[in-house]
Design a protein around this ligand. Sequence first.
Ligand code: HEC
Length: 429
Amino acid sequence: MKRIFMSSMLTLLMFAMPVIGVAESRTKLPDTKAPVIMLNGAETVTIKVGDSYVDAGAKAMDDVDGDITGRLRIVSTLDAAHPGMYAVAYNVNDSAGNAAKAVYRFIKVVEAQPDSKARPEARPEAKPEAKPEAKPEAKPEAKPEAKPEAKPEARVDTIPPVIKLNGDSSVHINVGDTYVDRGARAWDNVDGNISRRIRVSGQVDTSRAGTYMISYNVSDKAGNAAVRISRFVSVVFVPDTTPPVITLNGDDSVTIIEGERYIDAGAKATDDVDGDISAGIQRTGLVNMAEAGNYTLKYDVSDTAGNAATTRMRIVKVVDRGDPDAGRQLAMKKCKTCHNLDSTKNKFGPGLKGIFNQRAGRVAGFRYGSTLGVGGWKWDKANLRVWLSQSSRDAVRQLSGDSDALTKMKFKGVSGADLDNLIVFLKGN
Ligand code: HEC
């Protein structure tokens, strides 16, 4: 339904905006033209009870698909064993799903030896009775009333009622849609409106694609049956080609400070057919909360028809804890006496320019103590934290794993924000 609606909207737009229409004329227009069915042979055929019936068939042509006779759906109500009026219906869809207007052939099955005149109708008794009644002191009005009433009663009604469909004789719905039949109405020459007495047969299974027939029949009080009429309901399967849509909860760029806990806000996914499929979202990518950097998380989902949503992404920026400027100020006070901060020239201690992520004990020309001279670890954040958070003696023992280790650096350590600031300063220095 949605699709058909879309394509008709498109057609409408093309007509509404001729200027754009010209510019876009190379794009393929959706096929909205229905195929046409033509009957082979007569529209009404009469056969005798018990005769075999071979249907002459029909042809179906489509502007895009060409000859689609082979795809005709034919439904017949014929029961050649019993006299009556029957119908054969022909219907077809083109490959774009456009349905033709259904075409019908009516088959009249008659008695093999019609002996309808064998039984003469009973003579109406109304007339002789009517006369003596009219005699005694009848009011002048009684006479004209009695006559016309008596006559029709005397005749036998042989004219059948007529049924007309409400709505189209061919209806198309999508699998899963709700089908509400619009019914039919019936009139009889004697009984008048007998719509309420119409018998409806047939069912539509909207969960399965196929063509279903609903038939309507009615008889008048005299027992004359109308020509049965039918409606064809085509339940078509429209493939789901619309992908779901993912919406991120929260911002698509999130900043957290190193060491903070990152809790992802997740995402929602909705699909035109499947509805809420948020639970099926696959998130890929990891956030290392212990290390500054930009991390990308990806969110993907597909609907049950296999249509994949456009991947949504979130960037999680993990930033360093601490303030490098405050760290430099602290270093000027606490480290500058023994270290050059802006060069690798050695003082009492080695030059600290670019020390971050270098191996310990590797600054050229500096005479390290025995432990640092051997080195063995890298000045990353974790090791700098150990080095600067306590007395240098305890620190060198912890880093080397040697309880007798010694260092030439004499420092009692800093803590809290000072430690964060110093480390982030060294990282960027
Ligand atoms: C009293 C002088 C002194 C002070 C103050 C001092 N250091 Fe040192 N630092 C040294 C010496 C000496 C060494 C070499 C230690 C060894 O060889 O055992 C050293 C080594 C280091 C190293 C290892 C370098 C390498 O090449 O492996 C780092 C890092 C360091 N200091 C950072 C600091 C920071 C940051 C501060 C200020 C918060 C600081 N130091 C304060 C004297 C000092």
